[in-house]
Structure formats: C-alpha cells, structure tokens
Design a protein around this ligand. Structure first.
Ligand SMILES: [Zn+2]
Ligand SMILES: [Zn+2]
Length: 182
C-alpha cells in the first residue's frame, strides 16, 4: 500500500512568523462520496502567526459522479480554495514545535498527528463539501422513463407520458359516448 501523503510541519511550527509553501500532487482520493479519478494538484501555504496556524491554498482534481437524471457515470473537474486556521499552543522551549489544537468531530478524521499534517485527510475535508449535489452529464439530459426505466437519451420508449395518457383516456371515453349515442 502506498504511503499516505503527509506534510511535516515541524519547521513552520517551530518558528513564529514563518511561512512555507508546498506543491501538492497526491494520488486520487477515493473515500465515499468522493471518487477521485486523477491526482489532486495545487499548492498549500502554511503560516505560523504565533497564535494560529494559517492554512491557505488551492487544489484541483477530477472526480467521478453519477448523472442525477440518467445515472450515467460522468467525470467532472472540481477545484477548491483552502482557507483554514488552527489555534496554536506555543511550546515551552523556544525551538520545539508549537502544538496544533484541533476540534474533533465525528465526521472528520484527525488532521494533525503532532507536527505531521495528514494531507489526504485535509484534501478529503476540503473537496467533499464542493462535490456537485445534482450533477448532469449534459445540460439537456432527458433522464430515465419513470415507467419503464429506459434511458430517454437513447431515444423514446413506448410508454405514454402522463399528459398523453390522460388525453387518450379522454379520447376513449368520448368514443364510448359516441358509440352509445349511435
Ligand atoms: Zn444524464
Ligand atoms: Zn418508458
């Protein structure tokens, strides 16, 4: 199994006022509901302000989605700005790293293990909320027939639409009335 991508922040966390920028190029992240099909690329800038660790940057990748109308698999490029801050507790000795304070939630995994940032977890947390909620494989996707399930992008099915069905019911009634009046 390939090593999980991480960043060692010891240097930044040991020096108040220091900013470091790192390129990001990590393998596709696949963790439901995020289905990456390409590397996540971009850059990340970390600043130790003394009281906070400021994490800023930008990442782009490509994910696999399912068209919300016809359920066809599709890929889409997504990109996110990173803009996070974490409270720092200064270390007692001048040259050892400050501790990053992290709010633990049930939904998000731990980002920091001492001075090591779990980059894959950070990117997962940044990218998951920006996934399109109603992806369309094409803006004019016709979707599936609600009665037989046929993909209407491939052509019409034999089913009548609701309005056609009510019109034909009316037609049947009218012809029955006509037959009776004969
Ligand atoms: Zn579709
Ligand atoms: Zn149909």
């Amino acid at each position: 199994m390939p090593k999980r991508p991480t960043l060692d922040l010891s240097e930044v966390l040991s020096h108040v006022g220091l900013t470091r920028e790192y390129p990001i190029d990590v393998p596709a992240i696949v963790e439901d509901p995020l289905y990456g099909v390409d590397a996540v690329r971009g850059s990340i800038r970390l600043t130790n302000s003394g009281s906070a660790l400021i994490v800023a940057g930008r990442v782009d990748t490509v994910v696999q989605l399912e068209c919300c109308r016809c359920l066809a698999p599709m890929v889409e490029a997504i990109g996110a700005d990173i803009d996070e801050q974490f409270v720092l507790t200064p270390s007692r000795s001048r040259r050892s790293p400050a501790a990053v304070e992290e709010e633990e939630t049930e939904l998000s995994g731990r980002l920091f293990h001492g001075a090591i940032l779990d980059l894959a977890e950070l990117l997962r947390q940044v990218l998951t909320p920006i996934l399109p909620s109603r992806p369309l494989h094409s803006a004019d996707c016709l979707g599936l027939c609600s009665q037989c399930g046929k993909d209407l992008n491939e052509g019409p099915c034999g089913c009548l639409t609701a309005s056609e069905a009510s019109r034909s019911r009316l037609g049947t009634l009218l012809s029955e009335l006509r037959d009776r009046s004969d």
